[in-house]
Design a protein around this ligand. Structure first.
Ligand SMILES: *[C@@H]1O[C@H](CO)[C@@H](O)[C@H](O)[C@H]1NC(C)=O
Length: 371
């Protein structure tokens, strides 16, 4: 009798655990499509716009063709089959009919554009000459992970390579947030470069192997560790708060910056959705995020990018530096036919720009009162 009871209990626990996995993967989740206004795909940008940042003068700098060692074989084959290279595009909101323009990368002795696989991007703005300084994470094919520093030449649409930053604390990095010239926070996203080990790291380990790093102009240091695949990040307008997305936990961490650039965690906001990159609104009172609402479809898409995955854009209102979870709204949802696997979003003057991991770039007209 006891043996039977134990068996029933064991089966019940296993079913419960399995159901949890199935539910977390979003197998029973269904969303309805909604756009904030008319949306269109931007021509010529078909293979990714993983991260972007918009300057105050309305220029969006967009990284395209993300690839790193821990990606699946199917993903890498897709890149190869389509001859996808790492590139940076510019989208100018001020133009009447804006399209994406590829920026020419000017090499240096430390930087070869043939081995460029850009990921997160952050900008130090130059409001006088418009010669913005662009920092980009590069999963270089040869050599180590690097942060590349470029100067944007607005007359010739060139990115002049200035410097590379590298360090042994960088494993597979994801995004960065610039705080001053050559000073930034950077998310060390994954420890393992092998695809299978990295899947185990992301889905099955009881502790995180990721960390949050700080670079002070000469050295990297760890400011938070034990994090589950820390991803997109951005700073508040007054640079007092740092927002870090942990999509594997459907959470965004909010840190307050202390003297010496150490951090104090003040909030872990649960989103019920996997927010990827984060961007601050023009006014600074909200964050926008491209999010992955249905996990199992994202997993299939990252294994074979021809399979669609849904896209969602979230607006996370901020109050006293913190996210207000009960006031989060979804500005956009698409099943994946207009844009698959949205990874970032930004709004400039009532236009919503949405980027994706390895798919389209979309722009939507936005009704002013929802911004
Ligand atoms: C940066 O950090 C390193 C190691 O913590 C320290 O030795 C160095 O003085 C710092 N540099 C600056 C410019 O603060």
């Amino acid at each position: 009798m006891l043996r039977k009871a134990l068996l029933v209990a064991a089966v019940a626990v296993i079913i419960y655990k399995l159901m949890n996995v199935v539910i977390k993967a979003g197998v029973f989740t269904h969303y309805k499509k909604h756009y904030p206004g008319p949306c269109r795909q931007i021509k010529g940008l078909n293979y990714g716009s993983e991260d972007l940042e918009v300057t105050k003068d309305g220029l969006a700098f967009i990284t395209s063709g993300v690839s790193y060692a821990a990606m699946s074989t199917g993903y890498k084959e897709f890149l190869q089959r389509n001859g996808i290279k790492g590139r940076i595009f510019l989208y100018d909101f001020n133009e009447v009919h804006p399209e994406a323009r590829e920026l020419q990368l000017v090499p240096s002795k430390d930087f070869n554009p043939d081995y460029f696989h850009p990921h997160g991007i952050s900008i130090l703005e130059d409001s006088v000459k418009g010669e913005h300084i662009i920092y980009v994470i590069n999963h270089a094919e040869i050599g180590d992970e690097a942060v590349e520093k470029f100067k944007f030449l607005p007359e010739s649409y060139k990115l002049l390579h200035l410097k590379s930053f590298r360090g042994p604390l960088m494993h597979i990095t994801n995004d960065l947030a610039i705080i001053g010239e050559d000073q930034f926070y950077i998310s060390d996203y994954l420890y393992f470069k092998d695809h299978t080990l990295s899947l185990i790291e992301q889905a099955f380990l009881p502790f995180g192997l990721g960390s949050l790093l700080y670079f002070n102009g000469s050295d990297f240091s760890v400011v938070d560790s034990g994090l589950f695949s820390p991803n997109g990040m951005t700073l508040s307008k007054d640079k007092r708060y740092l927002y870090l997305s942990l999509p594997a936990l459907s959470t965004v961490n909010v840190y307050e910056l202390e003297k010496g650039n150490s951090l104090v965690l003040i909030q872990s906001a649960y989103l019920h959705s996997m927010a990827d990159n984060l961007h601050l609104s023009e006014s600074g009172d909200a964050l926008y995020s491209g999010a992955h609402p249905i996990l199992h479809q994202l997993v299939v898409h990252l294994d074979d990018p021809r399979q669609p995955a849904p896209s969602s854009v979230l607006r996370l209102p901020l109050k006293d530096g913190k996210i207000v979870p009960e006031d989060i709204t979804e500005l956009f949802y698409d099943h994946g036919d207009l844009i698959s696997a949205s990874s970032c979003a930004a709004i400039y003057k009532n236009k919503l720009l949405i980027g994706s991991v390895i798919n389209k770039l979309v722009v939507c007209d936005v009704n002013a009162d929802i911004v």
